[in-house]
Design a protein around this ligand. Structure first.
Ligand code: GLU
Length: 456
């Protein structure tokens, strides 16, 4: 079967860097193995799913360059879920329950008080026709639970330890004891489906062969492996990566605004810095900037993903962004620089690219080069002497050295006392790109004016 992976977000909020990591790992696996990548919107929760979130997720993925080969929406597939639910009901694997949330809560509290695990007691399996008729007459609607295969026979219904095992792509041999779980609710009272079931039907119907997702889904996988069996399908391969945590070690939440992809984009970070960071964090590869997704795909190996929690730091991401900018050629950024009004591109890019955290920082350096700026004057006499020592044009990268040697010879200044006042006067800044690269870009006329303390 052709390799196929998917990213299956619930469009109930913006996605953050942790969700993007899941998407990227699945994407890289697909591309590495010549497979397909499916985008699936898990939007069966009608109240919380919003089309604007689905649009935002698509925008974010497109920005990252994760091109999907196919797109599906669970809300378009309800007829199929109804059909499969009927089959599971007929097979006795889906059964109706009438307890209210309050009743279930009280049950759980009683169990806990007696030192018992709060597992659903399967009382609904022994309801008589009369009980059901009574509930229906009261206007109660059933929710439906999946009967886990965790008893040696249909009676008794008390679960016994039952291991579901799989060979996890990331974690190796895994086991979930489905004898310690409640039968999961798959259909709510209002008839809407829970993701646990719909995901299995989709993965089967749409030919998904591998699923890489967060380790918060491990218990789900135990249940879903049984669901695949119940519908007569072969389960795909699963890999569970550790979750990305914030710098404080806490889970990234969907509502963590500043780490949403939209916010990272608005902060001016490069998509490939985000992709590189998300792809390589928590793996045995060094976190280096990659210019293309293809080069990350070449490097990708699911076995390199570590099981230890990966900590995300915004500072590291910004550092990686700076590193990426440094590797970009002028051609890579020419259009965007021109849009900022940078006209004298190539030499300028070479001078400043190592000093940028985000690309738009180039704008400030362009102002330094093309003016006007307010020079910072520490010692007017010294600068006047320096001005008379200025070499004639044309200027190049050696001019700075020639000039400062001359100034040194005439004034006796050296080291910081020589260079710093010149930098302050010519750029108005304490630090920045190499002066030998900036000097010819600023040009002789402006240099003369700035050395006199004039705005230029
Ligand atoms: N919609 C599910 C989620 O966002 C997908 C989980 C999965 O990958 O199976 O948690």
């Amino acid at each position: 079967m052709a390799t196929k992976l998917r990213f299956a977000p619930s469009p109930t909020g913006l996605i953050h860097i942790g969700n993007a990591r899941t998407a990227i790992l699945n994407y890289l696996y697909a591309r590495k193995h010549g497979g397909e990548f499916l985008l699936r919107m898990d939007d069966t929760d009608l109240e919380r799913s919003k089309p604007e979130f689905a649009d935002a997720i698509e925008r974010d993925l497109a920005w990252l360059g994760l091109n999907w080969d196919q797109k599906e929406r669970q809300s378009d597939r309800i007829a199929r879920y109804l059909e499969m639910a009927e089959k599971l009901k007929a097979a006795g694997r889906l059964y109706p329950c009438y307890e209210t949330a309050d009743e279930l809560d009280r049950k759980r509290k009683r169990q806990l008080a007696r030192g018992m695990p709060p597992i659903y007691d399967r009382k609904a399996l022994s309801l008589s026709r009369d009980d059901v008729a009574k509930f229906e007459a009261e206007g109660r609607k059933p929710h439906w639970r999946f009967r886990l295969a965790n008893t040696p026979s249909d009676t008794p219904v008390e679960p016994v330890a039952t291991q579901v095992t799989w060979d996890d792509l990331v974690r190796g041999a895994q086991m979930v004891d489905v004898g310690s779980l409640s039968d999961p609710v798959l259909i709510r009272e209002d008839g809407t489906f829970l993701y646990t079931l719909t995901s299995v039907i989709d993965d089967w119907d749409l030919g998904v062969t591998h699923i890489i997702r967060g380790d918060d889904h491990i218990t789900n996988t135990g249940v879903q492996v049984q669901l695949f069996e119940a519908v007569g399908a072969k389960a795909p391969a699963f890999g569970h990566h550790s979750l990305l945590t914030a710098a404080d070690g806490k889970a990234l939440s969907k509502r963590l605004g500043s780490l949403s992809l939209a916010s990272l984009r608005e902060q001016g970070l490069e998509a490939m810095a985000v992709v590189s960071h998300a792809a390589l964090i928590g793996t045995s590869d060094a976190i280096e900037p990659h210019k293309t997704i293809e080069s990350l795909a070449e490097l990708f190996d699911v076995g390199k993903i570590s099981t230890a929690p990966a900590r995300f730091s915004e500072d590291e991401l910004r550092g990686l962004n700076a590193k990426l900018l440094h590797t970009l050629s002028y051609g890579d950024v020419a259009e965007r620089l021109q849009a900022m009004g940078v006209t004298d591109g190539e030499a300028f890019w070479q001078a400043v690219s190592g000093n940028l955290e985000i690309l738009s920082d180039a704008q400030a350096w362009w102002s330094v080069v093309s003016g006007p700026i307010t020079p910072v004057i520490e010692n007017a006499d010294f600068l006047a002497k320096a001005s008379t020592a200025l070499p004639a044009t044309p200027w190049d990268q050696d001019t700075w050295k020639t000039w400062t040697n001359q100034v040194k010879a005439e004034t006796g200044a050296k080291g910081r006392a020589l260079f710093h006042p010149l930098r302050l006067a010519l750029t108005g800044q304490e630090s920045g790109p190499e002066m030998k690269a900036l000097l010819p870009l600023i040009g002789r006329d402006r240099v003369v004016q700035r050395l006199q303390g004039e705005q230029a």
